[in-house]
Design a protein around this ligand. Sequence first.
Ligand SMILES: C[S@@+](CC[C@H](N)C(=O)[O-])C[C@H]1O[C@@H](n2cnc3c(N)ncnc32)[C@H](O)[C@@H]1O
Length: 280
Amino acid sequence: MIRRWIRRRFRWLLPEGRLEVLPGATQAAGEVFLVGAGPGDPDLLTVKALRLLGKADVVLHDRLVSEPIMNLINERAQVIHVGKERSNHSVPQERINEMLVEYARAGNCVVRLKGGDPFIFGRGGEEIETLAEQGVRFQVVPGITAASGCSSYAGIPLTHRDYAQSVRFITGHLQNNTANLPWQDFVQNRQTLVFYMGLVGLPIIAEQLVAHGMSSDMPVALVSRGTTPEQAVVTGTLETIAAKVEDSGVRAPTVIIVGEVVQLRSRLKWMEPGTASPVE
Ligand SMILES: C[S@@+](CC[C@H](N)C(=O)[O-])C[C@H]1O[C@@H](n2cnc3c(N)ncnc32)[C@H](O)[C@@H]1O
């Protein structure tokens, strides 16, 4: 126990190239696992993700990974927060990429834990590009993306034979509050739109969709903190949603679902407020 603590505490004093393989590291070269943690409910983790949290030597995690999931990380692991907030990057992306390389080269089983799915608005591709360039072994473990988790827990099927034959995931993070997105493509019939990172830009998103021809009566749902016990859903239309959301006081993270499918929620909602992980 004491030997292990000393080894971990002073590992950075060892000359480069001589960093020790921590207990539990599976191979001398180390490996990085880019793992999706899903939107919040720990029961939505994949079995592979859960197994990796049990054996990781180092976990670098984002801000949006929920506390119950963080509690599943083994006690031996070194846990490092590298999360980003709107306009506040606690660790620059380049440094995160370097840290992954360094920890893996030191022989560790490194888990890069990200909210949702690492390949959807998660910069996961950039991180493994660096690993590929540097010859570091890696695997990608998909997670349930916020659109899937939130729509399921809100009782809104994203496609439905009667209402929508396609679905688009869109970033609602508008650069300098300008709506530089291909709005014309978004206003086709029988399509569901899911905006990530759209809470701040919601009034502009609603305004632009109407300006490009979508009916102002189009149903909209905003899902806040989906799949967690704090999940809240605000429904309205393109005309009413911005004011309703402002009145509700709901907080990020949120996804915004736009389309006829939203009306199904009145019949299909199943999650009771204040609950999550309904499987005992
Ligand atoms: C940087 S993106 C990461 C998306 C993530 N990779 C995924 O696949 O869900 C962060 C955005 O995901 C959405 N998000 C993540 N978790 C959420 C949750 N539990 N409820 C609602 N939206 C969520 C929000 O739009 C948030 O601003």
